[in-house]
Write a protein of this length. Structure first.
Length: 209
């Protein structure tokens, strides 16, 4: 097994795997692609599976649709036990990290976290604001419960997580560095009416793989 996989390698393998799992011949897949408006014969399908033919982004979407598989699962290995995926010639990440990145749930090393979190659709932006508020409120509730229960170690741990999340929000919103305490950041958000930006990839509770 290779140490690292290119998305194109994964795609070619997945076309063959899914086609065979559905008991389709290469001719069957070519016929289905034709029904969807992509002219391709059996020989071309075979070349794609052997990686002898490059696939455009447009063609990749049609192939994924023809096979009834999300493009994400055509480009990224299904399990984290597989080799790392090459994002660039120098950057390789685990399959899970690659999936989270494609889903908009976690920036990769070297990326600008603020740009990654904000260059999304209006609908996702609104949803992430709601999730971000819920995440901060959940941490705040855990902190209060720990304090009321006189569990000082847990209160300290949750307090640190809450402070870290508020500091992350401050960074995403370009707040002054001097605003480093939870109270200062919270008050600034309240006065400025700034939204909470949620980035699931940074949620220490973890997200479904």
């Amino acid at each position: 097994m290779a140490d690292r996989l290119r998305p194109s390698q994964v795609f070619a393998r997945r076309v063959r795997e899914v086609r065979e799992r559905q008991r389709w011949s290469q001719e069957d897949l070519a016929r289905r692609l034709g029904e969807l408006g992509l002219s391709m014969d059996r020989a071309q399908v075979a070349r794609i599976e052997r990686r002898d033919r490059k696939v455009s982004i447009d063609e990749a979407f049609v192939l994924a649709h023809a096979l009834s598989v999300s493009p994400e699962y055509m480009l990224i290995p299904l399990t984290s036990a597989e080799p790392e995926v090459l994002i660039t010639p120098e950057l390789a990440v685990t399959p899970r990290q690659a999936r989270q990145w494609l889903r908009g749930r976690g920036a990769l090393a070297g990326e600008d976290a603020k740009t990654y979190a904000t260059e999304i659709s209006d609908e996702e932006w609104a949803a992430q604001q709601q999730q971000g508020v819920a995440h901060v409120l959940r941490l705040a509730q855990e902190f209060v419960e720990a304090v009321v229960g006189e569990d000082r170690p847990l209160a300290a741990e949750v307090g640190d997580r809450l402070k870290a999340e508020l500091e992350r929000q401050a960074e995403l919103h370009d707040l002054p560095r001097r605003m480093s305490t939870p109270d200062e950041i919270r008050e600034f958000f309240k006065q400025a009416g700034l939204p909470i930006i949620y980035s699931p990839g940074t949620d220490d509770q973890g997200q479904p793989d």
